[in-house]
Structure formats: structure tokens, C-alpha cells
Write a protein that binds this ligand. Structure first.
Ligand code: AKG
Length: 240
């Protein structure tokens, strides 16, 4: 079912990827990283772009490669189970390319615009990729659960920066997007060409997500040979 959905639509979801004990465990590491700007310097940015323009409160905190700072994350069931599932969706050559945190603090109410992840990446000959977006809080429309549009092919839409230093965005707002609410510990899987978005967090609680991205081992090697390790400045490519 998981694979059929993913192949047909470019996304799928699963409750209970993590036990609630592991959710609590990972939250502790997550909060430590969120609170420590020194520790995360150089890997941290605000996808809203606002902080870059002088505001001090981060609206959408992105921290790249949290497992580089906290290697114990790599030992968590989350990483092990997500890899097994990524292999079952796209093949045994799948490996972890990068991980990241995307946090929407309470009452920051800032949406992540509609985009395709492939717009952030270099063009690779093997297009297979899957991102496992893990909810560390219960997520629903009002605090920023993920929304997806079924993907039909590998067409890459034109993306632009909605705000300087902020997230990439396509020009239109799709009408056929579907929200995917989850319990803490549940996850979604989406392909690099699947359009997705999340509303802002307008609630009093946090919306913490841990995202693991998988692609073929050979493509990861190609990326590294070209200096791409997902730490640096956000670059993007134009659609053809
Ligand atoms: O967490 C979000 O709001 C957006 C996540 C996202 O764009 C992604 O995981 O590719």
C-alpha cells in the first residue's frame, strides 16, 4: 500500500514510525539544537527570510545536518526504519544523503511555500529520491502539517526566492493539495518532484519536524564530487 501510493502519487504516509519513547528522546536533542545558536552556526537559517532582514525571532528554523552535531541521532530507530522503508520504496541502493530539522515555533504563523525539493538540488542522472518527514508533535493544518499534490512526472516548475534568503517557491498555489495530519512519531514520504507546502503554526504549541533525505549511493557520491554536502548556501536551479 505504502509503495503503491508512493509510486502513484509521489507521496504517502505512515503512523507510528517511532515509538513515543523515541519521540521524547529525539525531542530532547532537537530542543538542545534549537536553543543553541552557537552550536548550529553555519548550518542554521530562517526559511521565512525575515531574520536575514533584521528580525530576531526565527519563523521557520532550518538546521541542516543535525546528525553532524549530534551523531547519536544516526543510531536512532527513526534513521534505521526510514532507511529500510526508503529501500522498499525506491531500491536497495538508497542511502541517507542528508538530514535536517524544520521547526515552526508557536504563533509564528508563517507558511512554507509550495515547492519541489529538486529545485534545491543539482541535476543528477538518477532522479530517484525520497524525503521522510517525521512529526515530533501531533501535526494538523493549524500548526503546519504537510500538504501534497499528486505527482505525475518529473517536471520541474520554475522556482524563485519569495524573500531574500528565504525558501524557494513556485508562482501558483495548487488547488488540489491535500493536508496530511499525523500523530507524533508518524511520517510522510515524498519524492523530490512532488509539490508540497505547509501552513504556518498559529497554535500555542511547537511544530517540530525531522527530515531524512535518501537517494542512490552513487548519486550521493556524484554530489560530493561536485562539492554538494547540503551544508552551504541554498542554491537552486532553473527548470528547463
Ligand atoms: O516542514 C515544512 O514546513 C516543510 C518541509 C519541506 O519542505 C520538506 O521536508 O521538504
Amino acid at each position: 500500500m505504502l509503495k503503491k501510493d508512493f509510486v502513484n502519487n509521489g507521496f504517502t504516509s505512515l503512523e507510528g514510525l517511532l515509538s513515543i519513547d523515541e519521540v521524547f528522546d529525539i525531542r530532547k536533542l532537537y530542543d538542545k539544537l534549537l536553543e543553541n545558536k552557537k552550536l548550529t552556526a553555519g548550518l542554521r537559517s530562517d526559511l521565512s527570510g525575515y531574520t536575514a532582514q533584521g528580525e530576531s525571532i526565527e519563523k521557520i528554523t532550518q538546521i541542516m545536518l543535525p546528525s553532524r552535531i549530534e551523531p547519536q541521532l544516526l543510531e536512532k530507530q527513526a534513521y534505521k526504519r526510514a532507511l529500510v522503508l526508503a529501500k522498499s520504496l525506491l531500491g536497495d541502493d538508497m542511502a541517507l544523503d542528508f538530514d535536517m530539522l524544520i521547526n515552526k515555533a508557536p504563533l509564528t504563523n508563517t507558511e512554507t511555500p509550495w515547492h519541489q525539493d529538486a529545485a534545491y538540488w543539482i541535476d543528477l542522472p538518477d532522479k530517484r529520491s525520497v524525503s521522510c518527514w517525521i512529526a515530533l508533535d501531533d501535526v494538523y493544518e493549524e500548526n503546519g502539517c504537510m500538504w501534497f499534490v499528486p505527482r505525475y512526472d518529473n517536471h520541474l516548475f520554475k522556482h524563485t526566492h519569495s524573500k531574500e534568503g528565504g525558501a524557494l517557491s513556485i508562482a501558483i498555489r495548487p488547488k488540489n493539495g491535500k493536508p496530511v495530519p499525523l500523530k507524533a512519531g508518524g511520517c510522510t514520504f515524498h519524492d523530490g518532484f512532488t509539490l508540497h507546502f505547509s501552513k504556518g503554526n498559529s497554535t500555542n504549541g511547537p511544530r517540530r519536524a525531522l527530515i531524512l533525505n535518501f537517494r542512490p549511493q552513487e548519486m550521493i557520491q556524484l554530489e560530493r564530487e561536485q562539492g554538494v554536502d547540503h551544508t552551504g548556501e541554498r542554491k537552486f536551479r532553473e527548470s528547463k
